[in-house]
Ligand binder design. Structure first.
Ligand SMILES: Nc1ncnc2c1ncn2[C@@H]1O[C@H](COP(=O)(O)OP(=O)(O)OP(=O)(O)O)[C@@H](O)[C@H]1O
Ligand SMILES: [Mg+2]
Length: 250
């Protein structure tokens, strides 16, 4: 059974066809990177998987369960967590406070029906444990607005991990980062538990190949190529798009 199976997903915004029939399947523990130029539909695909928007047509299954029309919190309860392309932190709270909020939220979603909420000290211990695991303990009492942008992106990933998701969606966690900061985020993703299924949006091909078992390339609402590093590097349509993008950037 696939961890995630997207079948023929389409999404229209008025006349804009953001997704034109996307099909995608990830096995449990697989790490896939989604590449593609601006406006390709990558974030829209994430929204349809996390429930922030409902696909116009098509279906989405998580470990065999149809989640196409579920609300985001119901999907979170089934094990979906995500980060956003635009930073989504409380800038005037400390790093620890941000993580505490995420742990409390995850606790409510995941454990409400299984066991009573643990006391505040237990939640604190789990938040501190997460900071410790991810090397952010020293920054625990720092206000998020005083962190570097790279550190903020790391905090966001840790927040997404607070509910121990089965499927983690990362929307460009390295965008706008320096090479050194990018490396830290890449290392972080590589250290995630091997059983966690990961779908990550990334613009840089080299970063994508560092992380991914498999790559999918989107363009104009479609997946135009899918495969390993050799297949993607050798794909003419992909290189045309990427060379085109570099030319317009120059
Ligand atoms: N809420 C919306 N309303 C109208 N159009 C939208 C909306 N969200 C996205 N679009 C359009 O859908 C298309 C796909 O956008 P999307 O954000 O999914 O692309 P992307 O691949 O994530 O791009 P980027 O690399 O710039 O983040 C674009 O043409 C975008 O303008
Ligand atoms: Mg996007």
């Amino acid at each position: 059974m696939s961890a995630l199976e997207v079948q023929n997903a389409a999404k229209n915004f008025g006349g804009v066809h953001a997704l034109r029939g996307v099909s995608l399947s990830l096995e449990e523990g697989e790490r896939m990177v989604l590449l593609g130029p601006n406006g390709a539909g990558k974030t829209t695909l994430f929204h349809t998987i996390s429930g922030n928007i409902i696909a116009t047509s098509g279906s989405i299954k998580l470990f065999g369960a149809d989640i196409t029309r579920l609300a985001p919190d119901a999907r979170a309860r089934l094990g979906v967590a995500r980060t956003f392309q635009i930073t989504n932190l409380f800038a005037n709270l400390t790093v620890l406070e941000n993580i505490l909020l995420a742990v409390c939220g995850a606790d409510k979603l995941t454990f409400r029906f299984i066991r009573p909420l643990e006391g505040y000290s237990g939640i604190q211990a789990r938040a501190r444990g997460l900071l410790d695991t991810w090397g952010l303990s020293a920054a625990g009492d720092t206000l998020v607005r005083n962190l570097s942008y790279g550190e903020q992106r790391q905090v966001e990933v840790v927040m997404a991990l607070s509910g121990e998701p089965r499927l983690l969606l990362l929307d460009e966690p390295t965008a706008g980062l320096s090479p050194a900061e990018t490396l830290r985020v890449v290392e972080m993703v590589r250290k995630l538990p091997r059983g966690m299924t990961i779908l990550m949006i990334e613009h840089d091909m080299d970063v994508a190949f560092e992380i991914a078992d498999r790559i999918a390339v989107m363009h104009q609402g479609r997946i135009i190529a899918e495969g390993d590093e050799i297949a993607i590097r050798g794909n003419k349509e992909v290189s045309d798009i990427y060379l085109g993008v570099e030319e317009t950037d120059a």
